[in-house]
Design a protein around this ligand. Structure first.
Ligand code: SD4
Length: 323
């Protein structure tokens, strides 16, 4: 009896051991645990000046959280960019409505959606994180919150954006049938690692150009447009937010990295899922960026044209994302 028990115990242990071995050996790659140098990565070519501002913070020993906020604020305040903050294209009724989120290395996060008349939605998102018990404030009440904190009321509709909207409106008199289809792809999503090895991220946009009023995209949805897990990595998205929301894109990528995927492999898998759900839509654009704790990065998109800016090892350079 006792020898049979010991045989059974041995068999169970062996089986468990085998299971562990085969599970581990099927994992793609375990990221190295050495401390990476400071890094900033962000979407699109406006990521270059944004990265520069963020890296200045990191080089002074600042936190990744301060860095990503300072970085994306550059683009929010730039009237030339028609997809973020000031100068962003408005909704179908001509109102500029902004979405933003921020997340730190402690897993704290804050966001605003459909926020109007506020130059720096990312800072309001940060205030939601730091000053309230909530994660997401929306619409007029989010603006009231910003007002209470002293964020000035700002007209965000530039002449250029107003002209573009008027032209769109005259060509789309039936927009109330709710089929707006001009997707504006240039959200800024930024991820950073500071000198302490901590991760943070930020994401801010005026969203889909001429969208149905009230529309909220992926950018302020934690886990969709942005996710940070300081033990594993971080991810952010740009492109058609509806498709990012449907797969919980940034959260998915971080979870894949937790299972051993490299940042690039995780982005590839997220894009594969989006493409699988959208057969016959070659024009659909979504792009993801990801970093892991080791300072490795990945970028992948549904189609060509995805650019991202990486500031690492003293160099701030623009790259083409694979697709
Ligand atoms: C969003 N991802 O709001 C953002 C940007 C966008 O089409 O509008 N892309 O969905």
């Amino acid at each position: 009896m006792s020898s049979r028990r010991s045989f059974l115990e041995k068999s169970i242990l062996t089986a468990a051991g085998l299971m562990t071995t085969s599970r581990v050996s099927s994992l793609p790659k375990i990221p190295p645990t050495t401390q990476p140098s400071a890094l900033v990565i962000s979407t699109w070519n406006f990521g270059i000046p944004a990265n520069k501002a963020a890296m200045e913070v990191l080089q002074k020993g600042g936190s990744a959280l301060d860095a990503v906020e300072a970085g994306v604020m550059i683009v929010e305040a730039d009237p030339i960019s028609t997809s973020v903050g000031l100068g962003g294209f408005p909704d179908a009724e001509g109102d500029v409505t902004l979405d933003a989120s921020i997340m730190n290395h402690e897993g704290q996060c804050g966001a605003v959606a459909c926020l109007q008349h506020t130059l720096h939605p990312i800072s309001v998102a940060r205030a939601v994180m730091e000053r309230t018990s909530h994660v997401l404030l929306v619409g007029e009440k989010a603006r009231d919150f910003a007002h209470d904190l002293g964020f000035p009321k700002t007209n965000l509709l530039t002449k250029t954006a107003k002209t573009a909207w008027k032209e769109w409106k005259s060509n789309n008199p039936k927009w109330r049938q709710y089929s707006t289809d001009i997707s504006n792809h240039d959200t800024i999503g930024m991820l950073a690692i500071d000198q302490q090895g901590n991760l943070s991220g930020a994401c801010t946009t005026s969203g889909w150009a001429f969208k149905v009023p009230g529309r909220v995209g992926d950018s302020p949805i934690i886990g969709a447009g942005l996710y940070v897990d300081n033990e594993v990595g971080a991810a952010t998205a740009t492109g058609t937010g509806e498709e990012v929301i449907k797969i919980c894109g940034s959260f998915l990528i971080v979870e894949l990295m937790r299972q051993g995927y490299s940042p690039e492999e995780a982005c590839v898998e997220a894009i594969r899922r989006i493409k699988k759900r959208n057969p016959g839509k070659p024009e659909l654009f979504v792009g993801f960026l990801a970093i892991n704790k080791a300072g490795e990065h990945g970028a992948f998109a549904t189609k060509d044209g995805f650019e991202y800016a990486l500031f690492q090892h003293e160099e701030n350079k623009l790259f083409q994302g694979r697709y």
